[in-house]
Write a protein that binds this ligand. Structure first.
Ligand code: GCW
Length: 732
């Protein structure tokens, strides 16, 4: 109204047209300033609407003492100075006197004895990053032995305020349960991202080391807010160039920008680098010159980046070079690199994602067979990084049998945050639910309740070091992850890396409150939606234990008909084995016997189709189409019914989201709505294509509950997507 009034008020300098243009610009500016593009992630710090809580927060934060002394503490202070005024609409008031402050944020050594004595613990034996948030008399203290703990504690306190939680009478002691909490970027040096669906790589190698993009800082801050403490900058399908001097300088610039946020950098090491960039004629790990080359390389890196994390290596897998090219073992390769990094406290993270086209064994068995015999033979700074399941980040897989089977070797978890097999950045799927399922699975390796989480955090077999990695879904898109809800998967990964026993529902609520609204009428239905979204995608893509039936290479959309590929284990028919008799992969003792790689208690369950949970039925068994499930319907009917349920559930998601418009800004609401409409179409496409294809074998009518396909199988098979994102362009 004011703007329109301005338009009519006569300003002598401007004519009517000019005044109109100024007004229009102001209106547009106001509109776009209010639009939410998602850039702020879960760090929006929207005003606290609950008056009672707002007063409580104001009272407790009315005079803040900040310890200073290092860049990490400066970051903590800046975060409070940025967040509090937004949350409470008042400026931050700083107290120089620690005794008079209402809120104290500092390292423990800064505390006067009167406060220090009242801490129940000084966290001395606790891992780096631990902190205390405690109400002591009239003061609230956020303290830690190290400044990184102070930063994590500060984010925790701000999270409580974003979540409408009381901050009276607090007594929180937190420590990270896992040592290495890493993102793995599959980012190439040309800025394409393998399996990336959110634009290009954040790392602008061309302009580094001089240009430090603000995004690097914002990225580090977001990671620190959820406790992520390391990032592998480059793709596991590695380019040796990143280990050359100019790239080490560029990496150093990134490392310097990340350091205040407690984020270490790691690089992928291409095993053949000594030959490609070192002028040697071999990369044999037992060759003295090769070992010396890596030792020199480590020295060169650590000279620039004293806290460099270490190397991540994909060796002898999918065409990547490795020690086996020289007749050596994975242990030989990993230990040689480990020796080079050891003097600098660096680690080698060696991936177990290996399978060979020359090995006729079931692909699901190969990594276990390759690695388990080497248990106890890896150097102490080697971790073996294992994908959550034995095939490849499918919508559902049983946990990888290696977990729990290598008591003397630290096994790192590798989750995929980017949704290569789960609808890219188009489908709304809340992955913490999937992560939780794997982490809470019981390996039975040391009696009941030997969960994967305990393997990962090192507690099951008292491991000296522990780690977890998530393949990043981050790119240059303004909202970082393409789908606004894919931010939840980055967030949730971080929270589970901090505490692998956290519940996915709690994570969903936290994220929803910070990212959208803390109104219960929003949070309750939306947390239900998030939690069920994972099962929904399983239902409309790969129900009842089916897996790897997506289209070839790009993995976009259904492709159960894929059969001509360079290697059989890249086809779909290898995995579903549909024929006139039935469908599914027999991995039981009468088939590939992959079940024998699990603890006997589990092998027994998985060997028996009646005992196998229906979600994993066709993972472990090849069963007749007429096989009856618990609901007394045939397997064929159940497959069709489940596909249909998946479609119906996406419809429900769409309706729920429609109802959420009062709580969400127009821009994000609209984007999610459009994405959900693609998701629905694609869910229908999956159902129609897969059921039409399988019908050729079952020769049975579609179950009554299922909406019939409206196109022919030939039509679905004819669809081609040469420009689907996430794969390397052909010119490379
Ligand atoms: O999931 C598969 C992907 C490849 C990936 C590979 C791996 C980086 O299709 O793109 O390569 O796994 O994890 O190494």
């Amino acid at each position: 109204i004011i703007l329109i009034a301005i338009d009519f008020i006569k300003i002598p300098k401007y004519n009517r047209m000019q005044r109109f243009c100024i007004t229009l610009l102001c209106v547009l500016n106001t509109y776009f300033a209010q639009a939410e593009d998602g850039y702020k992630l879960w760090l929006r710090y929207e005003p606290v609407l609950n008056q009672q809580l707002s007063s409580q927060y104001k009272e407790i934060t009315k005079a803040i003492y900040f310890g200073d002394g290092d860049p990490t503490l400066d970051v903590a202070k800046a975060e409070v100075q940025n967040g509090l005024p937004k949350l409470l609409s008042i400026p931050v008031s700083i107290s120089k006197d620690i005794n008079k402050a209402s809120l104290v944020i500092c390292t423990i050594d800064k505390l006067p004895a009167s406060i220090k004595n009242q801490l129940t613990s000084n966290l001395e034996d606790q891992p780096n990053g631990s902190y205390i948030i405690k109400t002591i008399g009239k003061q609230l203290v956020v303290v830690a032995p190290k400044s990184i703990g102070v930063l994590y504690g500060t984010f925790h306190l701000l999270r409580l305020m974003q979540s409408d939680e009381s901050i009276n009478n607090l007594n929180i002691i937190e420590s990270p349960k896992i040592d290495l909490r890493l993102l793995n970027h599959w980012d190439n040096l040309d800025r394409t991202v393998e399996r990336g669906y959110a634009g290009f790589s954040l790392w602008n190698w061309h302009k580094l080391p001089e240009v430090i993009d603000q995004r690097y800082i914002d990225y580090a801050r977001a990671n620190a807010s959820i406790g992520i403490n390391g990032t592998v900058l480059t793709n596991v399908n590695a380019n040796a160039l990143v280990l050359t001097a100019p790239y080490i300088k560029k990496t150093k610039a990134i490392a310097d920008a990340f350091r205040p946020y407690g984020l270490k950098v790691y690089l992928t090491a291409r095993f053949s680098a000594p030959m490609e960039i070192g002028g040697l004629d071999t990369a044999d790990p037992l060759n003295k010159d090769v070992a010396a080359w890596w030792e020199e390389k480590a020295k060169e890196i650590y000279k620039e980046i004293p806290d460099f994390g270490g190397f991540l290596v994909k060796a002898n897998s999918e065409g990547q070079p490795g020690p086996q090219n020289f007749g050596r073992t994975h242990a030989d390769g990993a230990n040689m690199l480990a020796k080079a990094l050891k003097p600098f406290n660096g680690v080698v993270i060696w991936r177990a994602f290996v399978y060979s086209e020359h090995d006729p064994a079931d692909r699901a068995k190969q990594a276990y067979s390759e690695f388990v015999p080497f248990d106890g033979q890896f150097a102490e700074n080697v971790l073996i990084q294992v994908k959550n399941g034995a095939i490849d980040f499918q919508p559902r897989e049983p946990f990888h049998p290696m977990f729990g089977a290598m008591p003397q070797t630290p096994l790192m978890m590798e989750f995929q945050i980017t949704q290569e097999y789960l609808g890219f950045s188009t489908h709304l799927v809340f992955l913490p639910k999937l992560f939780e399922e794997t982490l809470q699975a019981d390996t039975h390796r040391k009696g009941p309740n030997s969960t994967v989480a305990k393997v990962i955090d090192g507690s099951l077999h008292s491991k000296r070091i522990s780690g977890i990695a998530g393949v990043s879904n981050i790119g240059t898109n303004i909202n970082w992850t393409g789908h606004p809800f894919a931010q939840a998967n980055w967030y949730g990964f971080g929270r589970l890396a901090w505490d692998p026993n956290m519940g996915s529902k709690e994570i969903a609520k936290e994220w929803l409150k910070a990212t959208f609204s803390s109104d219960p009428d929003f949070v309750n239905p939306m947390s239900e939606l998030l939690i069920s979204s994972r099962e929904t995608v399983v239902k409309y893509m790969t129900p009842l234990g089916l897996h790897h039936i997506m289209d070839a290479n790009h993995h976009y959309g259904p492709g159960p008909w894929i059969k001509n590929m360079p290697r059989p284990d890249w086809t779909s028919v290898y995995y579903h084995k549909a024929d006139k008799e039935g469908i599914g992969f027999n991995r039981s003792s009468t088939g590939s016997n992959a079940t024998a790689q699990y603890a006997p208690e589990l092998a027994k369950v998985f060997n028996d189709p009646k005992a196998t949970p229906s979600e994993l039925l066709l993972w472990f068994h090849h069963l007749p189409w007429s096989y009856k499930l618990e609901n007394d319907r045939t397997l064929w009917d159940n497959i069709g019914i489940t596909y249909q349920e998946g479609v119906n559930e996406v419809r429900e998601m769409t309706t729920t989201w429609e109802q959420m418009s009062p709580f969400v800004d127009h821009e994000r609401h609209q984007l999610v709505k459009s994405l959900l409409s693609i998701q629905l179409n694609e869910a229908i496409w999956w159902k129609n294509a897969c059921m039409s294809y399988f019908k050729q074998f079952s020769e049975l009518p579609f179950p009554a509950e299922m909406e019939k396909p409206d196109k022919s199988l030939e039509y679905y098979m004819s669809l081609k997507f040469p420009f689907a994102p996430g794969i390397k362009p052909k010119w490379d």
